[in-house]
Design a protein around this ligand. Structure first.
Ligand SMILES: CC(=O)N[C@H](C=O)[C@@H](O)[C@H](O)[C@H](O)COP(=O)(O)O
Length: 227
């Protein structure tokens, strides 16, 4: 296992920073991702989350903390590390944790989530984070053997409203179920106060992306406020 139980435990109560640029953007370069990731670690990130095989490789070389890798293929439906093939490629690129679509939707390769998780466990040393969009997803992902569950897809999979900030209601609901799997708060956490609220709602750790690592969006927030 690339990430020992102790190393996973060390993420409890901590900040994980997602470092992603989108297709066509100026910062869409694995070297830039690695520099942003290293900067986040200086600021206190206990782990980083990056998209794309080259980004995983560059981030692994740039930081000592655990790397959560994913591969976005497309931008609608099941697109976050959609198949076992994608997941194994992300694992083989050096990810400690592979983040995959953790919804109950049909996957492009026809495998179930349980088969996908089992495939990653059988053929790599990576853990699996299931990116969920609802309570039912989270329960199914735990059942399927996911090592971590995240609220990443709340507001994006059609089952939950897209709240302006984090979906604290979903977090609290999953936390109350007492699953024996770390619950990661992710999605639309835009302020330090919201990160704190997510932890207080029962999250094991908190992922922040846009508000820390996407200057185009953050600049837009400020520029809009001046209009
Ligand atoms: C839905 C989806 O595609 N989420 C992606 C998953 O990796 C990223 O685009 C997000 O930036 C990430 O989840 C962090 O969330 P936020 O940027 O809101 O802090």
């Amino acid at each position: 296992m690339l990430l020992s139980p102790d190393a996973l435990e060390s993420l409890r109560g901590r900040l994980i920073v997602s470092c992603q640029a989108y297709p066509g953007e100026p910062m869409r370069d694995p070297r830039t991702t690695a520099q942003v990731a290293a900067s986040a670690v200086i600021g206190g990130a206990a782990a980083v989350r990056v998209q794309g095989l080259a980004d995983v490789q560059h981030a692994r070389a740039a930081v000592e903390v655990p790397v959560i890798g994913l591969w976005k293929d497309g931008h609608s439906g099941v697109f976050i590390t959609p198949t076992l093939r994608h997941a194994l490629a992300v694992a083989n690129a050096g990810s400690h944790v592979v983040a995959i679509d953790g919804t109950r939707r049909e996957r492009p390769d026809g495998l179930t989530l349980a088969q996908t998780v089992a495939g990653v466990h059988a053929e790599s040393h990576a853990l699996v984070m299931a990116d969920c969009g609802s309570f039912a997803d989270a329960a199914a992902a735990v059942e399927a053997g996911a090592d971590l569950i995240g609220t990443t897809l709340s507001g994006y999979s059609g089952e939950r409203p897209k709240t302006p900030g984090p979906d604290l209601e979903l977090l609290a609901e999953i936390a109350a179920a007492g699953f024996d799997v770390p619950l990661i708060a992710e999605g639309r956490i835009h302020t330090p106060a919201q990160a704190r609220q997510a932890l207080d709602a029962g999250a094991f750790a908190v992922v922040v992306g846009t508000a820390i690592t996407h200057p185009a969006t953050v600049t837009g927030w400020f520029s809009d406020a001046l209009k």
